[in-house]
Design a protein around this ligand. Structure first.
Ligand code: NOJ
Length: 765
């Protein structure tokens, strides 16, 4: 009897909370609320749980080790909310037909994919794109990718990846925008705008997914999937801004990260997914896990599949990627009252809302127009855009004697394992890109050079002679092949070729899959056999132009010494060869700047520009006892954040302020004259940094707060003006409040984070 009355009370309370939730729920869009509310009222609990599943049928593009069986049956049974790894209008149309003609409620599916740097037309890796510091261009890159992906049937992309990364051992630095929160936030918002446009329901826009929420880039030791552990202040000030920028830009979905945060896996972390993301930041979209991230909570030590699935749902996860933990256990957890129906309904509602916002209920086939696919996929305008994005991602690191740009006369020896290569041009996470459509550097050089140049080629070295490493780089197909000629023979042929030339261009670097997911390295040198090749080429005494490809900063002190000129190009995508040639021959004057510091050696990592001063900062001059420094290496990176040269030179004048005391309601006008003191027209990224000298929470030695990319003609001087407001002087205090404190500040302006001009001012409240 006692048990029965308890049950009755439970039913009444539970029933009331359900009705109350249905009555009080408001997204702010009355039509959508009515539509989704009606649909929910018709759904069984199994159908609601069904919407929470993202499956991959295999056979297409795989990005993890698990695939789901019986996908067709599951779609018909209403057990699937979305699919990924299904590519192309025909396949997507067929799968959509199953959902909208054969499932009881005819709810359309989401179709997602990893469109990370372009779709079928592949652009430079995101780390490369970020080096352009060209926010409108980065937005355009997402827009072009959305155009192509929607034409081919997709309505959802797992991008932008905005994890701040200070550790180049982590292979996934390739996918993000580097180490800085301000630049990272600008890139993040731009990509969301590019993908989603102003109307997600338009035919050419789709839903973005900000990832990996959160702190995935801070994996200990740079080892992928490893633990992260950091203070809340560090999270708020340095790691969260890019995620929050995506939320502020209206991103439709967010993906959880594999790591734990404060000892709780992100996928089951209620503080992260509900209190922070939804309650503090006002996120309105849905949360999807990363690939089998719920199941992985078992290995994290959070419980069995039923327990971790319930924990993930309660934490605020709405959709289960591939793992089927929700599908297999949520009903049981509901019956056992470990979760509520309201929690399931809410997650389902968020997924239905996304489908509504995409316009899928009005037209589930809207992205499956075969004619549009033929017209848009791999179209010439997209290839042209890829070339433009690529040239703007190159970073010139050294240029002695103005060896670059190359003259369009004489003989050029083009040498190196990546000089005539199609297999590595796309870089990591180009799951839909066809590598065979890539332009190798040799082809690009011939295309751009014209008839006056004789280009002779020799491979010179394998990417690596280490067969074990090569095998790991070849997981998705041949990337690092070992040549049938011996390393000694490759080298001697290359030296002979070099001796016949006026100038050598050596194209060296990592294989594309030596960075990316599950591609951490403890040694971030160029493979030793390639350094040996550069040593041998340098000995010829000919000018040596090094072109380096990699998905991460490498330790390149020796290679920089050997090179006469050094161009870092990351992985540039389909148009790599043409774009690299455009820059080498001066059709485009390089303007990229590094967005991650390059260390002298691995022992310096993490090394980043916005570090704290410490109580025992290193003074100028040599290493001192009892200061915070190393016996064997400088505290500074080899190449600082923001660094990059041009074929011209820029000279900075003094920084002028319109006042030395600023009230909190005023703006501070910062002016700096920048002169093009060289011979070529060129673009410069003028960077502004702030230092707050005294604060209740210790502040970094500098933080980027503004930048402008401007074109200046030779001999021309431009007054670059920045207007700072009190917003730019704020930081998170110990209560995690975003505040400014009155006092003294330094403003610094320069062409990189190291070489800056300074001026001081005071903020008064
Ligand atoms: C795992 C990766 O971490 C994530 O970035 C990606 O979107 C998913 N797999 C889906 O491919």
């Amino acid at each position: 009897m006692k048990r029965l009355s308890w049950l009755i009370v439970a039913v009444i309370v539970f029933g009331c909370s359900q009705t109350k939730q249905a009555q009080t729920y408001s997204s702010g869009d009355v039509e959508m609320d009515r539509f989704v509310g009606d649909l929910l009222s018709k759904m069984t609990i199994e159908e609601k749980i069904g919407q929470l599943n993202l499956l991959t049928p295999g056979g297409g593009i795989l990005t993890g080790s698990v695939v789901n069986p019986d996908v067709e049956q599951k779609i018909k049974a209403g057990n699937v909310g979305g699919l990924f790894g299904v590519i192309g209008v025909d396949k997507i149309r067929k799968a959509q037909e199953l959902a909208v003609t054969q499932s009881r409620l005819k709810i359309p599916l989401l179709f997602g994919s990893d469109v990370i740097h372009g779709y079928k037309t592949t652009f430079p890796i995101p780390l490369g794109l970020s080096c352009s510091w060209d926010i409108p261009m980065i937005e355009r890159s997402a827009r072009v990718a959305a155009n192509e992906a929607t034409a081919d049937g997709l309505n959802w992309v797992f991008s932008p990846m905005v994890d701040i990364a200070r550790d180049p051992r982590w292979g996934r630095v390739a996918e993000g925008a580097g180490e800085d929160p301000y630049l990272g936030a600008a890139v993040s918002a731009a990509m969301v705008r590019g993908y989603q446009g102003t109307n997600m329901a338009a035919d050419t826009t789709l839903m973005a997914c900000v990832k990996h929420f959160a702190l995935y880039g801070a994996a200990e030791g740079g080892r992928d999937y490893n633990t992260t552990d950091m203070s809340r202040l560090q999270m708020y000030e340095y790691y969260f801004p890019p995620y929050k920028a995506a939320v502020d830009a209206g991103v439709g979905s967010a993906m959880t990260s594999f790591n734990e945060i404060d000892g709780i896996p992100a996928t089951g972390n209620r503080w992260l997914l509900t209190e922070l993301l939804r309650n503090q930041w006002g996120f309105k979209g849905f949360v999807v896990t990363d690939y089998t991230a719920i199941n992985e909570m078992i290995d994290h030590g959070s419980g069995d599949l039923q327990q971790v699935s319930a924990q993930a749902l309660r934490a605020g996860t709405d959709m289960d990627m591939v793992g089927e933990g929700f599908l297999k256990t949520l009903k049981k957890s509901l019956d056992e009252k470990a979760i509520t129906e309201a929690e399931i309904t809410l997650a389902c509602r968020r997924i239905l809302e996304a489908k509504y916002k995409l316009g899928l209920f009005q037209d589930p086939y809207k992205y499956t127009n075969a004619q549009r696919a033929t017209r848009e996929v791999l179209s010439a305008d997209k290839r042209a855009a890829a070339r433009e994005f690529a040239v703007r991602s190159s970073v010139l690191l050294k240029n002695t004697n103005q060896t670059l740009p190359l003259k369009k006369t004489g003989t050029i020896a083009l040498i190196g394992p990546l000089a005539n290569d199609k297999n590595n041009m796309l870089g990591t996470w180009a799951v839909s890109g066809d590598k065979d459509l890539s332009i190798p550097v040799l082809t690009g050089m011939k295309n751009v050079a014209g008839a006056g140049v004789n280009i002779i080629y020799s491979k010179g070295a394998n990417i690596t002679d280490d067969t074990a490493l090569a095998k790991k780089a070849n997981v998705f197909g041949e990337r690092a092949s070992i040549d049938s000629l011996s390393p000694a023979r490759l080298l001697s042929d290359a030296v002979a070729t070099a001796n016949r030339a006026d100038v050598i261009v050596a194209v060296v670097g990592e294989a594309s899959e030596m960075s990316g997911e599950a591609a951490s390295r403890s040694d971030i040198n160029l493979p030793g056999n390639q350094t040996a090749l550069l040593e041998a080429l340098a000995k010829t005494g000919k000018p040596l132009v090094v072109v380096m490809m990699s998905g991460r900063p490498l330790t390149i002190t020796r290679e920089m010494q050997l090179a006469t000129s050094f161009l870092h190009v990351w992985f540039q995508g389909h148009e790599a060869g043409n774009a690299i040639a455009d820059v080498l021959f001066g059709n485009y004057n390089p303007s990229g700047k590094l967005t991650m510091s390059f260390p002298y050696n691995v022992g310096q990592i993490p090394v980043y520009y916005n570090h704290k001063n410490t109580g025992r900062p290193q003074g100028p001059g040599p290493t001192q006892k009892f200061r915070s420094n190393y016996l064997d290496v400088s505290n500074d990176p080899f190449l600082p954040f923001g660094f990059g040269l041009s074929y011209t030179t820029f000279t900075y004048g003094d920084v002028r302020l319109d006042k030395t005391t600023m009230q909190a309601n005023e703006q501070l006008r910062v002016t700096v004259p920048v002169t093009n003191s060289g011979r070529f027209a060129g673009e410069e990224v003028v960077q502004l940094y702030i230092h707050d000298k005294v604060a209740s929470v210790t502040q970094p030695v500098k933080k980027l707060k503004a930048f402008q990319k401007i074109m200046i003609r030779p001999g021309e001087s431009r007054e670059v003006v920045f207007n700072l407001s009190v917003e730019d002087l704020k930081f998170y205090n110990s209560e995690f409040k975003w505040v400014s404190e009155p006092g003294e500040f330094t403003v610094m302006v320069g062409g990189n984070s190291r070489d800056v001009k300074r001026a001081d001012f005071t903020l008064r409240n």
